[in-house]
Design a protein around this ligand. Structure first.
Ligand SMILES: NC(=O)c1ccc[n+]([C@@H]2O[C@H](COP(=O)([O-])OP(=O)(O)OC[C@H]3O[C@@H](n4cnc5c(N)ncnc54)[C@H](O)[C@@H]3O)[C@@H](O)[C@H]2O)c1
Ligand SMILES: O=C(O)[C@H](O)CO
Length: 413
């Protein structure tokens, strides 16, 4: 049975204060407001935030879930808030990257009978997977659906930084433009320059392709693993350009990250955040970069030592950065907001409608799959079958990061 948007109206929709003992305690200080779909559903699934689209709700309701969505007007929920939401009976939770999913929350979920959690994000550095393993809780994430959207924002920041678009926009709006001048907002030409990618996984490779294909940049990348498909793409594109009488593009896999920093004109960071990538870009490494280089970060804030970055931006006015993520989100380190050579946006890299709705769907299906005892999808890089709105999704969890540790079966499809 597929439930379309208007049919949602058939489901009773309530807005009320959750009346569990835990919430009553928590609510003495702060009530948690929630919205309920399908109140008589057998499985209780909690989403800590309203998420885009309605397909994710449809899919859960169709499978006998009661869906409770926290509508509290507080951007980042505390551990206490989430414990109150979990209550004493909860089968699964869809959470957000701003939440601290560790021992406390996984034990609360386990006590409530829940064995399913999914981040609505591909990155899961906010989740203590070992703690989840201890309580037998599956941890889902949402790869693939955000790859191109995130890479497009990294490309947008690269262009905006190269051509000083934000500075020029502010200048225009301030009424300062009084005529064309040869030196006005001169920036960098990308064509023929070198783009450096640190972490050439899904998003890093998609970004590299955009910059190579779109702007005919040469590529240098650093990753722990060889990005074979990316290398093949650049080789083939270089051959195509040569055959068309144009300057071919080239690629190089660097032996070290420092090699990328020294050689590239634009460097984009796309690794996961873990202890090997914390402050990967520090004072010493910033000093290796070209004076007029551009640094883009759409991975996680702590990959850059932001204090060192602010100092570097001050000392090198021609060095530019484009940042979507920050070390102490939602805050910026002192001085960053004043830097004209920094473009800052509020963690919006995956914020296209299609992607955010897809992320919600994948997160819901991760939780549903575990609740229903479905296997884990065989390839988290190929999640398209779950995103087709015109057909039912496969009976599987799209992406469970601790599937192996929990010994979960894998789909043979
Ligand atoms: N800003 C945003 O809104 C946004 C959106 C999506 C993803 N992200 C972040 O981007 C990250 C990457 O996402 P993805 O889907 O491309 O993941 P991915 O796993 O496909 O790619 C990550 C790559 O980083 C590499 N890597 C790991 N440790 C490294 C190290 N020490 N040095 C160099 N490379 C290293 C891995 O080998 C892998 O190829 C996510 O973990 C998330 O934190 C941010
Ligand atoms: O990891 C992620 O998915 C992002 O940070 C949000 O899309």
């Amino acid at each position: 049975m597929h439930i379309n948007k208007t049919e949602h109206l058939k489901f009773e929709r309530l807005r009320f204060f959750l009346p569990t003992p835990e919430l009553l305690l928590a609510s003495m200080a702060k009530p948690v407001s929630i919205e309920v779909w399908n109140p008589s559903g057998k499985y209780r699934v909690v989403s800590t935030k309203p998420m885009p689209g309605t397909r994710w709700i449809d899919l859960l309701v169709q499978q006998d879930c009661r869906v409770e969505i926290c509508t509290q007007k507080k951007t980042i929920l505390s551990v206490e808030d989430i414990i109150a939401l979990i209550g004493d009976k909860c089968d699964g939770v869809i959470g957000q990257l701003t939440e601290d999913w560790g021992e406390t929350l996984f034990s609360a979920l386990s006590r409530a009978g829940g064995r399913a959690f999914s981040n609505m994000a591909v990155g899961y550095n906010n989740v203590d997977v070992n703690a989840a393993n201890k309580y037998g809780v599956a941890v889902g994430n949402t790869p693939g659906v955000l790859t191109e959207t995130t890479a497009e924002l990294a490309a947008s920041l690269s262009l905006s930084a190269a051509r000083r678009i934000v500075e020029a926009d502010e200048f225009m709006r301030a009424g300062l433009y009084d005529g064309w001048l040869p030196h006005l907002f001169v920036g960098n030409l990308l064509r023929g320059q070198t783009v450096g990618v640190i972490g050439a996984g899904r998003i890093g490779s998609a970004y590299a392709r955009m910059m190579v294909e779109g702007f005919k940049m040469n590529l240098i990348y650093y990753d722990l693993y060889q990005a074979t498909r990316l290398e093949k793409f650049v080789t083939a594109y270089g051959q195509f350009l040569k055959a068309s009488g144009e300057q071919p593009v080239t690629w190089k896999r660097a032996a070290s990250m420092d090699e990328v920093l020294r050689e590239a004109d634009v460097i984009s960071l796309h690794p996961i955040l873990d202890k090997t990538t914390y402050h990967l870009v520090n004072k010493e490494r910033l000093s290796m970069m070209k004076k007029e280089a551009i640094l883009i970060n759409c991975s996680r804030g702590p990959v850059i030592d932001e204090v060192a970055l602010v100092a570097h931006l001050k000392e090198n006015p021609m060095f530019r950065v484009g940042l979507d993520v920050f070390e102490d989100e939602p805050y910026m380190k002192p001085g960053l907001a004043e830097m004209k050579n920094a473009i800052v946006v509020p963690h919006i890299a995956s914020a296209s409608k299609w992607t955010r709705e897809g992320m919600a769907t994948l997160a819901a299906l991760n939780v549903l799959g575990k609740i229903k005892g479905y296997p884990v999808w065989h390839d988290p890089n190929k999640v398209e079958p779950f995103l087709n709105e015109n057909s039912l999704p496969p009976a599987a969890s799209p992406s469970i990061v601790n599937a192996k540790a929990l010994g979960l079966p894998v789909s043979k499809l």
